[in-house]
Every structure is written in C-alpha cells, then in structure tokens.
Design a protein around this ligand. Structure first.
Ligand code: SAM
Length: 266
C-alpha cells in the first residue's frame, strides 16, 4: 500500500478482535481487601491480553482447564499474586520481606507451565526480572510468543530441569525469590528451590491443603538445605472459598556439599 493518505473506506461489518474473547472481571475491591494492592488500568489490560493468549494457545496445546473468566481471575491471577503479597504490600511485620518492593528482584518460577505464577508476577512487578523455568520445551515456545505479544521485557524462558539448574554455577544461589506452584511435594519443591536462592532470599511454595505431617517433614529437609521455614500463611480464596497455603522458606546458609537427590528422600 502507498504511503499517501488513504480515503475513508467503508469498513467490513466485523467485530473488533477483542470482543471475540470474554472479558475478565476487574474486582478492584477484592484485590485491595485481600492483597492491599490493585492493578493499574494498564496492568488490567495486560491481564486481559494474557487471558486471551492463553485461550488462543489452548486451541493447539493443552495448557489449562481453567478458562472461565471468574475462575481464571481467581485460580491463575489472584492465586499467583497472593503468593507475593508480602512484596506487594511490603508487609514487614510478617518478617518475610527483607527488601523494599521497588528494589529490582531476581525471580525464578520453577515449573511455570503456561506461565503461572511467573507471568502475572512480571506484570505486577515490572522492575523485577522473572525467569520462567520448565522442563517442557513446547510450553516455553508458547510462552516466548506470549511474552512477545504482551510486550513483556522483564521475563525470559529457560528450558531445563530444576535439579540440574541447582548444580550450575550460573544459577546456583543467584536468585532473590523462587516461586513454585503445583510441581511436586513440598519436600521436593524445597530441594528444587533452596539451592537457587542467595542467602537472604525466599522461596514461596504455593500449596492447597497443608498438614502438620507435611510441616514436620519439611522442617528437617529445609535445615539440611541451609534454609528455615519463615512463615506459613493460610487464606480462603475470595470467589470460590477454596483453601490455600503459602509456605515461605528463607535461605540462611550457603550449602557447599552435594545436595540430596529426589531418590534419597524417604
Ligand atoms: N506452575 C504452573 C501452574 O501452577 O499452573 C504449572 C504447573 S504444571 C502441573 C507442572 C509443571 O512443572 C509442568 O509444566 C512440568 O513440565 C514442570 N516440571 C515438573 N518437574 C519439573 C522439574 N524437575 N524441572 C522443571 N520443570 C518441571
């Protein structure tokens, strides 16, 4: 087409592309009441585009069963950001945060799948840098196109197994924050996450139900990995009344010796 101004031509009677996809709810009061934070208009727009990209990707790949707008809002967006509440609200009294939420933070989302919790975190904290790790390449190929479509520049994908990454000098003890949701048992998640943390860093284990037996078993392995259980927070999800727990593990010591592998754990 020429660069000259074009006359106004009659437009075909097609709906704009966005109207083909349902709208996510905004629910600003719920964000505020539960997290002491709410998205800006631009961030809400990014959440909507994220939702549309996931629905689109679901046509070719089996990304997620959570596709209804309210359910997506609660189980993917709200749930992802609930885990970083201490950094959204700078809840220093909880003793979890050791740094100002505006200080750039190096984050890794282990077993990110189709980008949760890492992508909503990258949108909500634009001056953090998020590595989206998964062992399945095809999910990361999708995530690369999603990041480009949303113009997200503070995140990258990385294909590797978490246990391998923990042995590499480029990644071991390099992260301020580890996020890990729906990947393995709490003990295995601690084994994946703690080696990647700098001393002073925090791993957030997103869990559903949480039992005393799990807490006891976790304590001993966390100590061996140079960590301590800093807090266990429980919440009821705001729309469907589900149970969630977040376990916050702090790295307190460098561990030089060879780490136990998954098969070593009884
Ligand atoms: N975290 C996402 C969520 O909550 O929606 C995805 C959860 S999905 C059930 C688990 C993901 O973890 C899968 O994409 C799988 O490929 C990945 N995964 C499992 N074990 C892993 C490992 N050892 N290292 C890296 N990724 C792993």
């Amino acid at each position: 087409m020429s660069d000259l101004p074009q006359p106004d031509l009659p437009q075909p009677d097609l709906p704009p592309p966005d109207s083909l996809q349902p709208d996510l709810p905004a629910l600003p009061e719920i964000w505020h009441q539960t997290l002491g934070w709410q998205p800006t208009e631009a961030e809400q727009g990014q959440f909507q585009r994220l939702y549309e990209q996931i629905l689109e990707g679901n046509r070719l790949l089996n990304l997620t069963r959570i596709t209804e707008p309210q359910e997506f809002w609660e189980k993917h967006l709200w749930d992802s950001l609930w885990g970083i509440k201490p950094w959204l609200t700078n809840d220093a009294e909880a003793g979890i945060v050791s740094q100002d939420p505006q200080v750039p933070c190096k984050v890794i989302d282990i077993g990110t799948g189709c980008g949760f919790p890492g992508v909503p975190v990258a949108i909500a904290r634009p001056n953090w840098f998020v590595t989206l790790l998964d062992s399945t390449r095809k999910k990361l190929v999708f995530l690369d196109s999603l990041l480009a479509a949303l113009g997200i520049t503070n995140a990258q994908t990385w294909v590797e197994r978490a246990e391998q990454l923990g042995k590499s000098v480029e990644h071991r003890e390099q992260y301020d924050l580890v996020l890990i949701r729906a990947v393995a048992s709490a003990i295995v998640c601690a084994q994946y996450g703690l080696p990647l943390l700098k001393v002073g860093g925090v791993a957030v284990l997103y869990r559903g139900q949480w039992t005393e037996e799990e807490a006891i078993a976790l304590e001993s392995i966390v100590t061996k990995l140079g960590g301590e259980v800093q807090a266990i927070e429980a919440i009821t999800t705001p729309l469907s009344g589900g149970t969630r727990h977040c376990v916050y593990l702090k790295k307190v010591l460098t561990v030089q010796k060879k780490l136990p592998q998954r098969r070593d754990i009884g």
